[in-house]
Design a protein around this ligand. Structure first.
Ligand code: FES
Length: 190
C-alpha cells in the first residue's frame, strides 16, 4: 500500500503564474455561496478540486497558494489538506490516472491481478507514469465501491466487477480513444 506521498514538481511542468479563468472565477463564486461568509475556508476541498481540474490535473505549490489566497488561508493549511487526501495529485499525472483499489474487499476479489494487468499494459508500476505519459498508475485505499469489487477509478469514472481481462479492455479502449464497453461505470467519482 502507498502511504507516503512524495512531491516532485518538475520545473518544466509548473506554470509561471496561476490565475483563475473567467469561468473558474464564476465556479469559485458558486462554491463560496454554499458556505457562511465567515466559514469560507470550509470550501478548501472543492476549491482544490476545481484547481486540479482547471490546471493540468495536479496541484503544484504555486496553485495551492492560489487556493490559499482565494480563501484567505495560510498556505500551510491548504498544503495540509492537499497532502492528506489521495484524490489530490501532488505531481504531474498522465492523461488517464488509473487508481487501482487494493484494499480488503478488492484484495479478496483479486485486485493483485488487476494491478498486475494494469502495470503490464501501461508499462508503468504503481506510482509511475507510462513513457508516453498517457497513463499514471496508483495503488489506492478503498474507493467506496466494495460491493462491486474489484474495481479501479480512471479519472472521474469507476470501473467495477473487473478481472484482469476486463481491466485491460478498459485501458485499451481509452488508449484507442474509444469509450470502454466493459465494467460497470457506476458513478462519477467527484
Ligand atoms: S475495498 Fe476496494 S472499493 Fe472498497
Amino acid at each position: 500500500m502507498s502511504s507516503v506521498r512524495i512531491v516532485h514538481e518538475p520545473a518544466d511542468k509548473v506554470r509561471d503564474i496561476y490565475t483563475w479563468s473567467k469561468s473558474a472565477k464564476a465556479e469559485v463564486k458558486k462554491i463560496l455561496a454554499k458556505y457562511p461568509k465567515d466559514q469560507s475556508r470550509s470550501a478548501v476541498i472543492p476549491l482544490l478540486h476545481l484547481a486540479q481540474r482547471e490546471f493540468d490535473g495536479w496541484l503544484p505549490t504555486k496553485l495551492m497558494n492560489l487556493v490559499a489566497e482565494t480563501l484567505d488561508m495560510p498556505y500551510i493549511r491548504v498544503y495540509e489538506v492537499a497532502t492528506f487526501y489521495t484524490m489530490f495529485n501532488l505531481a504531474p499525472v498522465g492523461k488517464y490516472h488509473v487508481q487501482v483499489c487494493t484494499n480488503c474487499a478488492c484484495m479478496i476479489r483479486g485486485s493483485d491481478k488487476i494491478l498486475e494487468a494494469v502495470e503490464k499494459l501501461t508499462g508503468a508500476k504503481a506510482g509511475e507514469s507510462s513513457a508516453d505519459e498517457m497513463f499514471t498508475v496508483s495503488e489506492v485505499e478503498c474507493l467506496g465501491a466494495c460491493v462491486n469489487a474489484p474495481m479501479m477509478q480512471v479519472n472521474d469514472h469507476y470501473y467495477t466487477d473487473l478481472d484482469a481481462e476486463s481491466a485491460k479492455e478498459v485501458l485499451t479502449a481509452l488508449k484507442e480513444g474509444k469509450t470502454p464497453k466493459v465494467g460497470s461505470q457506476v458513478k462519477e467519482a467527484s
